[in-house]
Design a protein around this ligand. Structure first.
Ligand code: ATP
Length: 302
């Protein structure tokens, strides 16, 4: 792919005896959404903050836009956007005034109206910060990070605490960022978020990368077995020994990739022959969450 925006080689970081990051390597290319997933304590914040220049690394090589972030050079800071959570924003300034104030610190800047549109705050542009909802304030945080027209944006759990509608809106904001050519480094605990937004995902557990790839195919996901579920009314004939009855009364069978069409055909043919309805029939591919749980051996969100 294209130009490397982030390059990480054998990165390590210990806190005393604890090896929080134990030799990880990955790249992020220009224009992609790169997501880092992993359970609590996996090393995501440590890695991200090393890339942002807020923490020092123990060993390894890190390049962000060609710079070593540990040097905290101004030339790098001006090209990177970090979304901080509503820290120190004057509550009596309007949305427009706030963005203009922050943009003033940067040599290059994006037109304020455009930034406001990208984050979906056009209708609130003249509203004071203290009159915004929590979700709108988070969008303003993204707008502030965008004010200096950065090439790379770090979004750390951008939708935690959002209601479902606000999450969808935030996802559209990220899509808008990509449409205007930004590169996004995302950390999230939400698998649907990574699935929807990310071009590439790394799963980190215990300080090591356990899988890397596009959400659709990571860790052989596309080769995993399809799950077919349905309900039969009491007294229906036995559907055969490939089908398991689950504790909730649902019937389930799992089929290898490539066998789904024939299996569904056989199953629905069997049901029609017996005059049965396969209630709540559901055919599901393993989700990113299924793969994640398998890789990390953990519960999502713990
Ligand atoms: P979460 O999903 O909970 O944010 P994370 O993947 O971001 O977790 P890190 O915050 O990077 O994980 O932490 C990795 C490990 O390093 C954890 O065991 C944590 O307790 C430890 N750790 C993180 N920061 C420090 C610190 N400043 N001093 C000592 N230990 C730390």
């Amino acid at each position: 792919m294209g130009e490397r925006v982030v390059e990480v080689r054998d990165l390590r970081k210990s806190y005393g005896e604890l090896e929080a990051v134990r030799g990880i390597s990955f790249n992020v290319d220009r224009g992609e959404v790169f997501a880092m997933l992993g359970p609590n304590g996996a090393g995501k914040t440590t890695t991200t903050e090393i890339l942002e220049g807020y923490r020092t690394r123990g060993a390894g090589d890190v390049r962000v836009l060609g710079h070593d972030p540990a040097k905290r050079e101004r030339a790098l800071k001006e090209r990177v956007g970090i979304v901080l959570q509503s820290t120190g924003i004057d509550p009596f300034l309007t949305v427009t005034e706030t963005i203009e104030m922050y943009a003033g610190y940067y040599p290059s800047r994006r037109p304020t109206e455009e930034v406001i549109e990208v984050v979906g705050l056009t209708e609130k542009r003249a509203t004071r910060v203290n009159k915004l909802s929590g979700g709108q304030q988070r969008r303003l945080d993204v707008a502030i990070a965008l004010a200096g027209d950065p090439e790379l944006l770090f979004l750390d759990e951008p939708t935690t605490g959002f209601d479902p509608g606000a999450r969808r809106n935030a996802w559209e904001v990220v899509k808008n960022l990509i449409a205007i050519g930004k590169t996004v480094f995302l950390t999230t605990h939400f698998m649907d978020e990574a699935q929807y937004l990310a071009d590439r995902v790394v799963v980190i557990a215990d300080g090591l990368i356990v899988a890397e790839g596009p959400p659709a195919s990571i860790a052989g996901r596309e080769q995993m077995r399809t799950r077919i579920r349905f309900r039969l009314h009491d007294g229906a004939p036995d559907p055969g020994d490939r089908v398991h009855r689950l504790a909730d009364g649902t019937h389930e069978l799992q089929v290898e990739a490539g066998e789904t069409t024939k299996t569904v055909h056989d199953l629905t043919g069997w049901a029609l022959d017996h005059g049965l309805e396969l209630e709540a029939l559901e055919i599901t591919l393993p989700t990113l969450e299924d793969v994640y749980l398998q890789l990390t051996g953990s519960e999502v969100g713990t």
